[in-house]
Design a protein around this ligand. Structure first.
Ligand code: CTP
Length: 406
């Protein structure tokens, strides 16, 4: 989902950092639009680093992309947190003298505001009248909560907690989208692996990879929402990303490829679908040193001997239970026909039912929360193509799983 988070000038802006991280962790693409005043509380570099998108307050930057309206047009959800009394007044009046103002006027997406101000300002009839106007236009209001305020005061006016704002905002979008997604995975037991294995060299070092686990977490969350009983086998996934998996998913944490093999094989013995989204090390050090490798002992050259790890997904596919669907992932740097040919060979070699090919280095960059994939089925044909947020890609993969099981 494409989410715009407006941040206005209140001390609670620091809490909005957590809100943005949570949304990113759940696979959403987040664009932060602070007001000038907001940047006095939390600076532009923080917002850019956390959202992984450029941040500007001005309507005069990036004019060629018509940024002053494009953010609002593209948004699936706009959250303003904290929303100061001043910003709420501007919203009620329809003022558009900065990027947040133009974005709010240009959007037709649900708008959720989390007011934060001193109790007197919140209770003032001007603010209350503005809230009435905003509510009558369909703006959703979360909070404010009652509690300690800046400067030692206490009372209603405190911004709601970031998780409460996120939950409320996501519920608003879900309600706007209509009834819950079909429960087409109900009754199915699903295993998803995610993250990247680490192969130890000695007690303090390992060989690893850069997989964040986001796509796997999105797959697990989507499957659970579609009614499946889900086990996520997680290798070195950041707690924040893992938090996006939601309640109801069983998480088994592993470290190495061999540990992943044990955990996945065990979970797979009672599963209807296994999706290997994890980046598993193809090789591991032949020996793990008992003590730390030292330069004193090694000298100016160190040779590592690596041995092959078992191909977990190929073994699962070879021994699959009747009716079980096995799905592999592949990140490929080639493109076009060459990519498709490589992908078809890989699907055949691993004998999986579906191969989801991650088009790294294609149109979409590594830094983006988005992903772009093609799904190859047993006939060697492209069964599905999907691009968008990792959640959208996850839904498309499950659509392909449902279709192939039919
Ligand atoms: N995989 C696995 N066990 C391994 C390595 C990979 O189960 N030891 C799974 C991954 O989880 C993913 C798919 O296999 O689903 C990725 O395969 P990839 O590493 O791209 O395939 P390779 O056979 O190693 O081919 P390549 O030569 O392209 O690396």
């Amino acid at each position: 989902m494409f989410v715009v988070v407006g941040v206005t000038g209140g001390i609670a802006a620091y809490k909005t950092v957590h809100l943005v991280r949570r949304l990113i962790g759940e696979g959403h693409e987040v664009h932060v639009v602070p007001t000038e005043d907001a940047l006095r509380f939390v600076g532009q570099p923080t917002w850019e680093a956390i959202s992984r998108n450029p941040v500007t307050t001005s309507v005069h930057e990036d004019v060629a992309t018509v940024r002053h309206v494009s953010l609002g047009q593209r948004a699936d959800l706009v959250i303003v947190a904290p929303a100061t009394a001043n910003t709420l007044a501007k919203m009620a009046a329809g003022l558009a003298d900065d990027l947040l103002g133009t974005t709010l006027l240009a959007t037709t997406a649900p708008v959720v505001v989390a007011p934060a101000m001193h109790t007197e300002m919140w209770r003032h009839s001007a603010t209350q009248e503005n809230m009435r106007v905003l509510r009558s236009r369909g703006v959703h209001v979360v909070g404010p909560a009652d509690g300690p305020l800046a400067g030692g005061d206490s009372g209603p006016g405190r911004m709601s907690e970031p998780d409460e704002i996120a939950d409320a905002a996501l519920a608003v979008v879900a309600a706007a989208a209509g009834p819950r997604r079909v429960q087409d995975l109900a009754g199915l037991r699903v295993v998803v692996s995610a993250g990247g294995t680490r192969e130890p060299l000695d007690p303090v070092r390992f060989l690893g990879n850069r997989s964040s686990g986001r796509q796997g977490v999105a797959l697990a969350a989507a499957a659970a929402d579609r009614g499946a009983e889900v086990t996520l086998v997680a290798a070195h996934i950041d707690g924040e990303v893992l938090g996006g998996v939601g309640d109801g998913v069983k998480v088994v944490s592993v470290g190495t490829a061999l540990e992943m093999q044990d955990a996945v094989t065990e979970a797979a013995s009672a599963a209807d679908v296994v999706v290997m989204a994890a980046a598993v090390a193809d090789y591991r050090p032949a020996e793990v040193a008992k003590a730390k490798l030292t330069k004193e002992a090694q000298g100016d050259r160190l040779t590592l001997e690596l041995v092959e790890n078992p191909d977990i997904v190929a073994a699962l596919a070879a021994g699959r239970l009747s009716g079980q669907t096995v799905v592999a992932f592949a990140a490929e740097t080639s493109s076009g026909d060459e990519l498709l040919e490589r992908a078809k060979r890989k699907r055949e070699r691993k004998d999986v039912d579906l191969l989801v090919v991650n088009e790294v280095g294609w149109a979409r960059g590594f830094e983006s929360a988005d992903n772009e994939v093609v799904v190859i089925d047993r006939s060697g044909e492209v069964a599905a193509e999907a691009s968008g947020s990792k959640r959208e890609v996850a839904e498309a993969v499950w659509d392909a799983v449902v279709a192939t099981r039919r």
